[in-house]
Design a protein around this ligand. Structure first.
Ligand code: BG6
Length: 484
């Protein structure tokens, strides 16, 4: 439902995320009636633009990134009127903070203010300090921090400490857009709203769980950021460990933010450490080389980058959650750029049946939760093969969709998250202890990779990853989904 009136102040407002995601998300939320008439959006960045010039950029972004079904020319103009722009060098005390103050002073004092930092994380502390120094942080203020929160435990701690000097933990919303995906939240629904699945959701019945986020894109215009990050920092430390936490957590006591976050952080803390000497056995890293994708030749990572690099564009890890529920059940997590398909999914492979009735063991049941695309799930089970002599078995799949019942499109993850920050509902944001526990677990791998203690493998663009990734799952008696 509609939120209370708010002022959304976004730093980094000329950036790609703002145009591609944040502006379309706020527009869509206005379209479905969740944004109140009084709401205002104030974009800020260093470029000198006036309101009209900025609105023109926003208009172009809406035309480019909204699905046709959501474009409504009148509504777009109404939405654009809500937007103002102010040029500020957010790291400088003497920049035009007075101008921002004037804009904000036009709203009642108790208006909800959301400061969204869509900037490099090195700026988070300075922006907070300047907001504070100019008296712009009110009791009704919150701050949204974009990822990455640091590059390791130490830098994450410094960023968290820096922002905490000016905002209470309850005012800080660390975004992980995977949690805003409706289908990622479906993991909670599937697990805890269905006794059928709840009864078998443990290492006693589950053989392994694999979590994949594969993309066909390379690093495009983001090489400068990506090359300092790599697949492990960019996707695993945050998004995929969050998905893993939802798959492995105990039932939270409620859907209150801290109940969910307590349940998740318990998983992150129970991840069995991978000591540096075990990294080459428990992980795979790789870079894509030239290959063919959708019928077109695409260059390799190093060619795109134009220089030598030890940054991985593919990462796979084997994780164990040391809680009574999971014992020695492997969780495989992997992510890739320039993969054969864009696909994020969770594959739950159950243990094979032991019945001797059918001669041989029946194939293992499998649940595939399709996070994107084709959002939904498939449950593959054994049935009788009617055309076989005797009592042969065949496999069939129950297919379910996560799409809204009214036929509308699934909302983008940022829509939900941006307004949850207004509502002050942090359940789908990451608490400080989660960020730090996730870094603590990936850090030995980052260190071992940086010291070249694991080989850098290669895979052709347009394939699922390096050959070594197959041997990697085979070592623990498993296969990747595409090979099943
Ligand atoms: C971002 C990463 O967090 O997630 C990008 O920085 C990646 O590299 C993106 O492309 C993937 O998000 P999605 O929603 O397309 O799976």
């Amino acid at each position: 439902q509609q939120t209370a009136p708010f002022d959304y102040i976004i730093f980094g407002a000329t950036g790609d995320l703002m145009m591609r995601k944040l502006i379309p998300a706020l527009y869509n939320q206005l379209r479905v009636g969740h944004v109140p008439e009084e709401a205002r959006i104030i974009g800020s960045a260093r470029s000198k633009l006036d309101n009209e010039e900025y609105r023109q950029r926003a208009r172009e972004a809406l035309n480019r990134f909204l699905p046709d079904a959501h474009k409504d020319a009148d509504l777009i103009e109404r939405f654009l009127k809500k937007i103002q722009y102010i040029a500020i060098d957010s790291t400088k005390y003497e920049s035009n903070w007075g101008g921002l103050k004037e804009i904000l002073a036009q709203s009642p004092d108790d208006r909800i203010r959301v400061f969204y930092y869509s900037t490099a994380p090195q700026l988070f502390e300075a922006i907070s300090e300047n907001l504070h120094a100019h008296g712009l942080i009110t009791k009704q203020s919150r701050v949204v921090l974009e990822k990455p929160i640091g590059t390791n435990s130490e830098t994450a701690r410094a960023i968290n400490d820096g922002v905490s000097r000016f905002f209470e933990e309850g005012q800080i919303f660390r975004i992980d857009h995977y949690l805003g995906k409706e289908t990622v939240q479906d993991i909670i629904a599937l697990r805890f709203a269905n006794p059928l699945l709840q009864a078998v959701w443990s290492g006693e019945y589950i053989k392994s769980i694999q979590i994949t986020a594969a993309e066909t894109v390379g690093v495009e215009g983001r090489a400068a950021y990506y090359d300092t990050s790599g697949a492990l920092r960019d996707m695993i430390q945050n998004h995929l460990l969050q998905v893993l936490s939802l798959c492995a957590m105990e039932a939270p006591s409620s859907l209150e933010a801290d109940a969910i976050r307590d349940a998740k952080v318990n998983v992150l803390k129970a991840l069995r450490p991978i000591p540096e000497e075990a990294v080459s056995a428990e992980t795979v890293r790789a870079q894509y080389v030239q290959g063919t994708l959708n019928g077109e030749k695409v260059p390799g990572y190093l060619e795109e980058l134009g220089e030598e690099s030890h940054t991985e564009t593919y990462a796979a890890m084997r994780a164990y959650v040391d809680t009574p529920r999971w014992k020695n059940t492997p969780f495989y997590i992997r992510t890739a750029k320039r993969s054969a398909h864009k696909l994020s999914e969770v594959v739950v492979t159950f243990k094979e049946g032991t019945s001797k009735l059918f001669g041989g063991t029946p194939g293992a049941d499998r649940l595939v939760i399709r996070l994107q695309p084709n959002e939904g799930f498939g449950l593959s089970i054994n049935v009788k093969n009617p055309s076989a002599a005797g009592f042969g078995l065949q496999r069939t799949a129950l297919d379910g969709r996560f799409a809204p019942a009214d036929g509308s499109l699934i909302p983008d993850s940022y829509e939900r998250l941006m307004l949850d920050a207004v509502r002050g509902y942090p359940a789908l944001f990451i608490r400080r202890d989660e960020v730090e526990a996730a870094w603590a677990w990936v850090e030995p791998t980052l260190n071992a990779w940086a010291a070249d203690k694991a080989p850098m493998e290669h895979y052709a663009a347009g394939t699922y990853g390096p050959e070594q990734a197959r041997q990697f799952t085979a070592q623990t008696g498993d296969q990747w989904h595409e090979d099943m």
